[in-house]
Write a protein that binds this ligand. Structure first.
Ligand code: FAD
Length: 391
């Protein structure tokens, strides 16, 4: 049997961020191994994400995590350069624009107060101000908009993940392509993991960074993790419309679009009542024709001529309690740390969560950003820490 101090299950954005922060932590002297079932990452949420970062959340912890995310990405050379080579993540600080109808204006304003209190560079705009700033936008039915002025935007999520991974490897982390099929637990401790090749590995600490595979892993350790896999489709389209200074726009309907290369990407989350657990990767093409296109065409003149060029489907790991990550150890197990249930905002949180996991392993508590509100206790108590700004 092999033995490692820290085993991370899942080597995409979260697992690789944790691996990097652990290996870079001077107070950590142990060994780290990342077990990843598919080195192509083709089905990981990280590779399939819309790769955007915003500070406009309702939960203070989410805001702070994304603020660190921006700082990290801006200074990526200081963190992730290997032999002078800096990961290319193409960060474009284009901002987010949340639009609200009269019904949503109160929530927008409440979020604005929380965000401003935490130093978010965000402005509330009236419909007239929106129109003056974005001539291409139809302000019909709008009461207000919230525009991120700096720190928000989009990047290459796969590039960020590979940057974490490459740096972690350069610092001595071992990556192994293997699927974890079983967790052997004795009392309050995980003793070993079983792999799909029949081998086992004993470990001091295990980090569950398995995305939509996290619930099965937790189940194997006797823990019920309230995370479901929910399909999200992304459509890339081109349009004759020219949209200067286009941010990532979120319509009051929940539909979003943003520039991507010479075109745009867009998507929308279905209503909770019509969002079953799902593991297939089939694109719902009717979603664009029947739901997205009418919304886009009404919001931007020129988008009525939008042509879908390609589309893909990925999965959010949705925390069904409150749409926020479940972070840290379960009260019943001392050496199994969770980082699951990101509900569509995990890529941008990967630097903060990776750092947090490293602190939990090395110090047994948070040193930089206190994320204890995101721990298991709220799940056990059925006390949601609800994030209302879910896209
Ligand atoms: C369509 C879409 C759009 C999104 N847009 C954004 C966005 O704009 N901004 C943002 O911040 N986030 C976004 N997200 C969410 C974000 O992509 C995820 O929250 C984040 O990538 C989660 O990273 P992860 O490493 O936890 O999970 P994943 O990227 O899913 O990685 C989990 C890894 O674990 C591996 N694994 C699973 N089970 C096992 C096992 N038993 N053994 C070994 N390996 C295993 C998998 O192969 C996978 O590589 C989006 C997601 C989707 C699907």
């Amino acid at each position: 049997m092999q033995s490692t101090d820290v085993v991370i299950v899942g080597g995409a954005a979260i697992g690789s961020a944790a691996a990097y922060f652990l290996a870079a932590q001077l107070d950590f002297k142990g060994t780290v191994r990342v077990l990843e079932q598919d080195f192509s990452y083709a089905r990981s949420a990280t590779a399939l994400s819309a790769a955007s970062i915003r500070h406009q959340f309702s939960t203070p912890e989410n805001i702070r995590m994304s603020q660190f995310g921006t700082q990290f990405i801006r200074q990526i050379a200081d963190y992730l350069a290997v032999d002078g080579e800096v990961p290319e993540v193409g960060f474009h600080e284009g901002g987010y624009l949340f639009l609200a109808s009269e019904a949503g204006q109160g929530v927008l304003q409440a979020n604005h107060s929380v965000q401003r209190g935490l130093g978010v560079d965000v402005a509330l705009l009236t419909p007239a101000q929106l129109q003056a700033r974005f001539a291409w936008l139809s302000v019909q039915g709008l009461s207000a908009g919230s525009l991120g002025l700096s720190g928000e935007g989009w990047l290459d999520a796969y590039g960020l993940m590979q940057g974490f991974r490459r740096k972690a490897i350069s610092l001595g982390v071992r990556y192994q392509q293997a699927r974890v099929v079983g967790v052997q637990r004795q009392g309050r401790r995980v003793q070993q993991l079983s792999l799909d090749d029949g081998s086992t590995i004993s470990c001091g600490v295990v980090i569950n960074a398995a995305g939509t595979g996290a619930r099965a892993l937790a189940h194997s350790a006797g823990i019920a993790l309230p995370v479901q896999s929910r399909k999200r489709c992304v459509f890339y389209f081109t349009s004759p419309a020219q949209l200067p200074y286009c941010p990532l726009v979120i319509d009051p309907s929940g539909a979003y679009f943003r520039p991507e290369g010479p075109g745009f990407i867009c998507g929308i989350s279905p209503p909770e009542s019509d969002d079953p657990e799902c593991f297939d990767f089939e694109v719902q093409h009717s979603l664009f024709d029947e739901v997205l296109w009418p919304i886009l065409a009404a919001r931007v003149s020129g988008f009525e001529a939008a042509r879908v060029q390609r589309a893909w489907a990925g999965h959010y790991d949705v925390n069904t309690l409150d749409h926020n990550v479940i972070l840290g150890a379960h009260p019943d197990i001392d050496n199994l740390l969770f980082a699951n249930g990101f509900s569509g905002h995990g890529m941008q949180q990967s630097p903060a969560v990776g750092r947090a996991l490293a602190e939990l392993v090395v110090y047994g508590g948070y040193r930089t950003l206190d994320l204890s509100a995101l721990g298991w206790q709220r799940v056990m108590d059925r006390r949601p820490l609800l994030e209302v700004n879910v896209v």
